[in-house]
Design a protein around this ligand. Structure first.
Ligand code: GTP
Ligand code: MG
Length: 195
């Protein structure tokens, strides 16, 4: 994938603000701080297009990024942030569920989990939601640079088992620090988005 142009398009709070040009969309889900925005920046080779923060819970809208005239990345708000109120949590759930259920241009969801830890109860719930809506998905384990290589098979196995991933669902290992997994992820995205 040759990145010719990248652009932040909109922080959408609802469907009326979603783009209408029908370009394929690749969405990123995962708990706060897992590295969604960092992954977008790494994929696009932009240092700070998607805002990253060590303060979790920052992204509260669906943030659209356009790549060439080929596709959008849609950065979801992170879940699992303790200091978010119940009302906000419910609003989040409603927005995401509606998007997953109704959004025609959605071609692939990348579900990010932290490679260092077993997936949380909310990760498991998200995974089940995606399976339920039969949306093509890929689990991306982030921050692999923080785990020593000898531990990779063990951590991969725990993630697969905890989420109950069948063999055909890919588990990609990714690091925004080193760029590990970037080429492989682009291949998968290009295939899913048919670009
Ligand atoms: P929200 O927007 O709050 O949902 O978080 P996010 O999922 O977008 O996480 P973000 O990309 O902002 O990253 C959170 C923190 O983790 C930042 O301090 C990043 O620098 C760090 N981080 C993200 N990816 C990696 C990685 O692959 N390796 C390492 N070492 N740090 C990472
Ligand atoms: Mg973010």
């Amino acid at each position: 994938m040759k990145i010719k142009q990248t652009e932040f398009v909109i922080s959408a709070v609802g469907p009326s603000q979603f783009p209408e040009d029908g370009l394929p969309e690749v969405a990123l889900a995962g708990r706060s701080n897992v590295g969604k925005s960092s992954l977008i920046n790494k994929m696009l080779l932009r240092r700070n297009l998607a805002r990253t923060s060590s303060q979790p819970g920052k992204t509260q809208t669906l943030n659209y990024y356009k790549i060439n005239d080929d596709l959008y990345f849609v950065d979801f708000p992170g879940y699992g942030y303790a200091r978010v109120s119940k009302t906000e949590r419910q609003a989040w759930g409603k927005m995401i569920e509606q998007y997953l259920r109704d959004r025609d241009p959605l071609k692939l969801v990348l579900q990010l989990v932290d490679f260092r830890h077993p997936p949380s109860a909310e990760d498991q719930k998200m995974y089940q939601w995606l399976s339920h809506y039969e949306i093509p998905m890929c689990v991306v384990a982030t921050k692999t640079d923080k785990v020593s290589r000898s531990q990779w098979p063990k951590h991969s196995k725990i993630i697969r088992q905890t989420l109950g991933m069948p063999g055909h669902v890919p588990l990609m290992l990714f690091s925004s620090e080193t760029g590990q997994g970037r080429d492989e992820l682009w291949s998968l995205i290009a295939q899913a988005a048919e670009i």
